[in-house]
Design a protein around this ligand. Structure first.
Ligand code: PNW
Length: 481
């Protein structure tokens, strides 16, 4: 097998998340999550957008799954909504919620698409936040109950289970910067949240294995590559290591070593004494991963600066970033190199390769890339085509980096493009488009972008499609439903 080919059985997929696509916010017994509350609060999301309707996938799921089959996907990563399955968070389980996901699994089975299910992609039932949310230890038991009952329900149909999507975002965007729901800015609480997420994973792992011993259980971590601005300056190197601890190792070391890194405990000692870590917690977390999910978008450069950068970022961006990093006020995030997406994120495929190799080295686990992709302006041409060259170039270059990492020994078993279709991009509302399929939110029509055709051809050949091959592959007008 040459390095330009993907092996037999490699999962070619796409990712979505419940609150970002489903809509049907008050249908089928679903009750509000923290994202419903946050999106409806004044000034929290761009334009006041919410996931009330989103892509209406709650009603259009069968057509959407048919499109996945037409693209040729062999796997689909999606999340189940806790507020559909156990709407109050601690009361009765909702049969209608289970029935909705059984219908989705029916469709996936029809086309032989492997489901990769995430239990928690940020839509916490509101009553659990009212009771204290992730900073409160009581939530750990609620998550374990939800995980166990849900896996039991679907154990004959789903092998791949992820507990948490990007616990970093939940802990630090949710409870420290406040950019995400529930929008709290409490640094000490955010560190407690991080620990409770790890503990909930560890205990859920054991509960899941009791009901479904063959389950492959993972956590999905977002990538941070905090490279030192000047590698010759030990202060830059030290600050990059601190960010690495807060970004990555806080969700790695407990699983591999059964401990939090000392650099993390030391740099946050003014904020918390870590007394929320109880005797036995770390033993319960260590070794509880069968597989690792990796989300990667871009890389970072960071340098030491204990001066006035904190509140004076030229675009107001730096100060927001800073509130995500408790105990790292002396870290300054530098302008990113390379082309930037409409998220302002840089395009850096070499960072993807470096991150996969690092995760391979430090975690020693099989991996699935559970998110990778980019948002671009996506003009619709007069002939109906969406010539999203930047997106399929991004996919091409990142899938190439993945193949290189595989050649060098990283056990990467699948690739999920973020996202199947344009959707609710959290605080940015519907203003950012990441999809392979374009969504017209007024009509809910979906149209294949050139990237969907590029991916279709790549999956068909199990090899990267050359970037100049598109003209002969795309229908005019493009497929639409
Ligand atoms: C991820 N950051 O979010 C999520 O898993 C998806 O739901 C989301 O749509 C996708 O990436 C694109 O944004 C992130 O600020 C949000 O570092 C923010 C950050 C990272 C990931």
């Amino acid at each position: 097998m040459s390095s330009s080919e993907f092996p037999d059985g490699f999962f070619f997929g796409a990712s979505t998340a419940s609150y970002q696509i489903e809509g049907g916010a008050r249908e089928g017994g679903r009750l509000p999550s923290i994202w419903d509350t946050f999106a409806h609060a004044q000034g929290r999301t761009l334009g006041g957008d919410s996931g009330d309707v989103a892509c209406d996938h709650f009603h259009k799921y069968a057509e959407d799954i048919k499109a996945m089959a037409e693209i040729g996907l062999t796997a689909y990563r999606f999340s189940m909504a806790w507020p559909r399955i156990r709407p109050t968070g601690d009361g009765d389980f909702n049969e209608e919620g289970f029935a909705f996901y059984h219908r989705i699994l029916d469709e996936l089975e029809k086309y032989g698409i492997e489901p990769l299910v995430t239990l928690y992609h940020w839509d916490l039932p509101q009553p659990l936040e009212d009771a204290g949310g992730w900073p409160d230890r009581a939530i750990v038991d609620r998550f374990v109950e939800y995980a166990k009952r849900t896996v039991e329900e679907f154990k004959d149909r789903v092998t791949y289970w992820t507990t948490f999507n990007e616990p970093w975002c939940t802990a630090f965007l949710g409870y420290s910067s406040g950019a995400h729901a529930p929008g709290r800015s409490e640094p000490a609480a955010s560190l407690a949240a991080a620990h409770h997420l790890n503990l909930a994973h560890g205990l859920a792992y054991k509960a899941i294995k009791e009901v479904h011993p063959d389950a492959q259980v993972s956590i999905v971590l977002n990538s941070h590559l905090p490279r030192p601005w000047n590698v010759a300056d030990p202060r830059d190197v030290a600050v990059a290591q601190k960010i690495d601890a807060l970004a990555n190792r806080i969700f790695m070391d407990p699983y591999t070593a059964g401990e939090y890194p000392s650099i993390l405990l030391e740099s946050t000692s003014d904020i918390t004494d870590w007394s929320f870590v109880h005797e036995g917690d770390l033993d319960a977390i260590k070794g509880t991963l069968d597989l690792l999910g990796v989300n990667y978008y871009s890389s970072h450069m960071v340098r030491f600066n204990d001066g006035p950068h904190l509140l004076s970022g030229e675009d107001g961006h730096k100060s927001t970033i800073h509130r995500c990093w408790p105990g790292a006020d002396d870290a300054e995030f530098m302008p990113l190199i390379g082309k930037r997406t409409t998220m302002g994120w840089n395009v850096d495929p070499s960072g993807f390769h470096a991150h996969l190799m690092r995760m391979h080295r430090d975690m020693g686990l099989p991996m699935i890339v559970t998110e990778n992709g980019a948002s671009w302006p996506d003009e619709v041409s007069e002939d109906g085509r969406i010539r999203d060259v930047d997106r399929y170039t991004y996919l091409h270059d990142h899938m190439g980096a993945l193949l290189m990492a595989r050649e060098e020994g990283a056990d990467v078993r699948g690739y999920m493009a973020w996202s199947l279709m344009d959707n609710f991009e959290w605080a940015y509302g519907y203003s950012k488009r990441f999809g392979l399929l374009r969504v017209d939110y007024a009509s809910q029509a979906r149209t294949w972008k050139d990237s969907a055709y590029w991916y279709q051809e790549t999956i068909r050949n199990r090899a990267l499609t050359p970037l100049d091959a598109l003209e002969s592959l795309v229908d005019t007008p493009p497929l639409s439903y």
